[in-house]
Design a protein around this ligand. Structure first.
Ligand code: SF4
Length: 242
């Protein structure tokens, strides 16, 4: 068991207690219990950008694919995914397949997303630069979302938040995909851009499909409980599409 900010982690489960609540000794607010999406950690930040280009190309070619099999295996081999990331082959293949699924859905939603006007950006709270009190973000349990206070220029959440403001998106910094329904239910959004690990993006994509919203997904290039990363160039490109 270990703690980060208001989270307590037990093996593959996390129990969320917000820090402010702890400080105010209000312990009744014991909120999300959810599985950490992957049982393995990955860091694809050192993998060539061409890997993601090839992923998108495979997704385009496969269209409504179901069985990737040998293509996932050869892509993992071509980009030395196992060697660079240290993943087991089965985990590497699962990751490649989930990423292709995500690209397939992005491609199939591109045109519809371009036509959307009122949009939301969903960011993972684990991409904040700090997971303790150094992060000045305030948390609103009613939404539930963090609101970035821009304490660190080089924080990914800060950069994405500023981009969202420039492009007219509402921003939500979430503790997990279980917060998505609550965040989206009231505001009349037409389009949603979500950043998360590919497994959570799959669940989020299913939810959006169920409620008829158009979405575009940005995968984390490094997962985990803290200091996760995503590509700002990709985010800008997708968020700017119209
Ligand atoms: S820039 Fe925002 S999200 Fe990042 S650490 Fe500061 S307050 Fe938290």
């Amino acid at each position: 068991m270990f703690r980060v900010d208001g989270f307590i982690f037990f093996h593959n489960r996390s129990i969320y207690i917000h820090q402010q609540m702890l400080e105010e000794k209000v312990f009744t607010y014991l909120w999300v219990v959810e599985k950490i999406p992957y049982r393995f950690s990955f860091d694809l930040s050192r993998i060539s950008k061409a890997f993601f280009r090839d992923l998108a190309n495979i997704a385009r070619e496969k269209g409504l694919h179901r069985r990737l099999g040998s293509q996932a295996r050869s892509l993992a081999k071509k980009f030395r995914l196992q060697e660079i990331s240290g993943l087991e082959i089965s985990d590497a293949l699962m990751l490649v397949e989930d990423l292709v699924d995500m690209y397939v859905r992005n491609i199939s939603e591109t045109e519809r997303f371009r036509k959307t006007r009122k949009r939301a950006l969903l960011l993972p709270h684990c991409a904040r630069k700090f997971m303790d009190k150094r992060c000045q973000a305030s948390f609103n349990p009613e939404i539930p979302s963090y609101s970035c206070e821009h304490c660190s220029k080089d924080c990914l959440v800060n950069k994405a938040d500023e981009l969202a403001e420039e492009l007219g998106y509402d921003v939500f910094v979430l503790a997990g995909s279980s917060c998505v329904p609550q965040v989206l239910k009231k505001n009349g959004y037409e389009g949603v851009v979500g950043v998360a690990c590919s497994h959570e993006l799959k669940m989020g994509g299913d939810f959006l499909q169920g409620i008829g919203l158009s979405g575009q997904a940005i995968p984390l290039t490094k997962n985990g409980c803290a200091n996760t990363e995503f590509n700002m160039e990709t985010l800008r490109k997708i968020m700017s599409s119209s």
